[in-house]
Design a protein around this ligand. Structure first.
Ligand code: FMN
Length: 218
């Protein structure tokens, strides 16, 4: 009887020991997983911040909806906030044709361009696009997407394989179909969710832009 009791005792002690070992092991494993995931997040953030970054944008000064006649286009102001904060190169898509006209005329011209799928030419070029691994793409929403001249840019520059961060300024449509259209233009790029801001808010919106950039790890 004595022998049976002590055997049972030993077995239950062994069982408890192995349970506590198992618990300790799983705690260590979950700590290790958490550390690994935190490390990966930090590495991703450092890499994002270290990338050579380009901001490509189109923006139209002059008469604009809700803000009247403006010297600097709304999207340009957002592009400036981005570049001032992260210190990147920039390329402004400037159309060969002249869009300096009244807002009412411009919406007619833009609608016709969009309906016809026109690809208006733009000025200038980017030296060595390969040096950039992250490209912000920004523009106003014109009739539900980016202005047609930006699609000319998409045709001329292959950004597949890069991280693309779309942004828009608008007066109610948000990102509209801009992110989907960028994804369609660059099916093999890593296109992030995108960011949008009302055109009439950009002049007081620097903090919002910086908070967004911080959220991306810049
Ligand atoms: C031709 C044209 C079409 C527009 N279409 C839209 C639209 O579909 N949805 C919207 O929310 N805003 C629309 N807007 C408003 C602009 O997106 C908004 O004013 C933007 O901030 C202008 O940016 P920019 O000054 O950088 O060009 C349109 C403006 C213009 C001139």
């Amino acid at each position: 009887m004595k022998k049976r009791v002590s055997l049972l005792g030993i077995l239950s002690a062994l069982f408890c020991f192995s349970c506590s070992q198992g618990n300790a092991k799983s705690e260590i494993n979950s700590d290790e997983n958490k550390i690994n995931s935190d490390m990966n997040k930090i590495i991703t953030q450092i890499n994002t911040a270290k990338d050579k970054v380009l901001v490509v944008y189109f923006s139209q000064a002059g008469e604009q909806y809700s803000v009247g006649v403006i010297k600097e286009g709304n999207t340009k102001i957002v592009a400036d906030y981005i570049c001032n904060y992260i210190g990147c190169d920039r390329f402004e898509i400037k159309a060969e044709k002249n869009y300096n006209m009244s807002y009412n005329d411009l919406i007619k011209v833009a609608k016709e361009e969009a309906n016809k799928g026109e690809l208006p030419a733009f000025k200038g070029k980017i030296e060595n696009i390969d040096q950039y691994s992250t490209v912000f793409i920004g523009g106003p929403v014109w009739w539900g997407t980016y202005p047609q001249v930006m699609f000319t840019f998409f045709k001329e520059y292959d950004l597949n394989g890069k991280t693309i961060i779309p942004f828009t300024t608008h007066e109610g449509s948000g990102l509209a179909s801009c992110v989907e259209d960028v994804k369609e233009a660059y099916p093999n790029a890593n296109v992030l969710n995108g960011f949008s801001m009302y055109g009439h808010d950009v002049r007081t919106g620097e903090k919002k832009v910086i908070d967004w950039l911080k959220g991306l790890g810049f």
